[in-house]
Design a protein around this ligand. Structure first.
Ligand code: ADP
Length: 423
């Protein structure tokens, strides 16, 4: 039985999957846990465990409590290093939750210092002189200044994090970072000795991230975006804690029918449905003419009779913006979403009862509703179908499934068509 080494706490679901994909690509077998486990829940076998929270915009006290509960469970599972994953745009407000959560995790670990680095060059996020850039522009000019929940109006992360903690925040600037792991380690030690609790670390390239990861090999807690996790697996291999794995993303086989459920109305998903339409049996529900979860589910279940097999079927509630607006005007925005999520969850449950074992769900909220209804507790992360969307092996109270959960805007236009060839 492999004991987990790295214990991660992610402040949202897709961020957790992002981090998981990064770790799998770098040779760690990784399991994403869907809900905060109870203290005595057994840990699945993996090199890295990720607890996916919904704490990014939760009230501070709730985010802290959930993160601490996750840490307790990860420590009990045997993890020896911990990673607090937040967004590469440092999504937070002056109240938190990055500072308060990191403060609580450090206190629980009895540690006095952690680095903070959201850089992810592959996605255009870089940090220079403590300032976060999204592509060629500063964070506060990137659109993030208008984010509905976490408007980022200050690109200087030393200041941003300082406002969220009673500790002090220093900077390891680029001229030090380019000198490599040893120089970064020395700089961090210096800041810690000056009494700083955090160091924002500049990073512009993947090489920088690997060097920072190496410099933090002995840190109890690392905080950042998924980019900074890039350098960690090599630390564990160097220390003899992790074998070289070429099969970190290999998932157990499943035997059963294939299906796709789409509840996202994002443009990418609408394209993917259009591409799939001629290539597989497709049912497009019309929630506008049938605004009732039970009736929609019944229509879908009548339609699938005789259609299930190795070729996927597609059931979509998705609609273009004018139809979405019309339904929302009739039912209310939240009520329209909840009604369709309820229908999709019911359809998912019935599909699994009828032998579907390979399932794609399109839409973040839709995925949440389906995962909850199916009683899934954790996802073993496999290879990515498209960036950010891996196949997973989902286990919980029901039968094990191959499951791919797609955030609405992710995936190439032929995602639905090609996904089952790669699963
Ligand atoms: P995304 O990842 O694209 O944001 P989500 O699943 O998170 O997708 O959100 C899509 C929301 O739209 C869900 O609440 C879903 O129930 C709702 N929805 C789906 N189809 C329709 C429709 N035809 N009209 C109105 N709302 C819809």
């Amino acid at each position: 039985m492999t004991k987990p080494i790295l214990g991660c706490i992610a402040d949202d679901f897709t961020g957790a999957t992002d981090l998981a994909t990064m770790l799998v690509q770098n040779g760690m077998r990784t399991v994403q846990v869907v809900f905060v486990p109870g203290p005595n829940d057994p840990a699945p076998e993996a090199d890295a465990l990720i607890v996916a929270l919904k704490s990014r915009t939760a009230p501070v006290a709730e985010a802290v409590a959930d993160s601490r509960a996750a840490l307790t469970w990860l420590r009990q599972a045997g993890c020896t290093q911990f990673f607090f994953k937040y967004c590469s745009t440092f999504d937070s407000t002056d109240d938190g939750n990055i500072g308060p959560v990191a403060d609580a995790l450090l206190a629980d670990l009895g540690a006095g210092f952690a680095l903070a680095c959201p850089a992810f060059p592959a996605n255009g996020r870089s940090v220079y002189q403590g300032h976060l850039f999204a592509g060629a522009v500063l964070l506060n000019e990137s659109g993030m200044q208008d984010h509905p929940l976490t408007p980022m109006t200050d690109p200087n992360l030393v200041r941003v994090l300082s406002r969220q903690t009673d500790g002090t925040v220093g900077l390891v600037a680029y001229p030090t970072v380019v000198q490599g792991a040893q120089a970064i380690r020395r700089a961090m030690t210096g800041l810690k000795e000056q009494g700083r609790r955090y160091a924002i670390i500049d990073a512009v390239t993947n090489d920088d991230l690997v060097a920072i990861g190496e410099a933090a090999a002995n840190h109890p807690l690392i905080t950042g975006g998924s980019g900074i996790a890039m350098g960690l697996p090599e630390n564990f291999r160097r220390a003899g804690l992790l074998p070289i794995r070429t099969d970190a993303g290999t998932l157990p086989d499943v035997d059963g029918h294939a299906a796709i459920l789409a509840g996202s109305c994002s443009r990418a998903t609408l394209f993917q449905i259009a591409k799939a339409r001629g290539q597989m049996p497709t049912l497009e529900l019309d929630p506008l003419s049938t605004p009732d979860a039970g009736a929609l589910a019944a229509e879908a279940l009548a339609w699938i009779t005789g259609k299930l097999g190795p070729t996927p079927i597609l059931i979509a509630a998705s609609a273009p913006p004018d139809k979405v607006a019309a339904l929302q005007a009739r039912l209310g925005r939240a009520e329209a979403g909840a009604m369709i999520e309820e229908a999709m969850a019911e359809i998912a449950e019935a599909l699994v009862a009828r032998g579907v074992r390979r399932l794609i769900v399109a839409g973040g909220e839709t995925s949440g509703a389906v995962v909850q209804r199916l009683g899934i507790s954790h996802l073993r992360i496999g290879a990515a179908i498209d960036p950010g969307v891996p196949w997973t092996y989902a286990e919980g109270s029901g039968p094990a499934l191959r499951l791919a959960l797609k955030s609405g805007n992710f995936g190439a236009p032929d995602f639905f068509v090609k996904a089952f060839h790669e699963g």
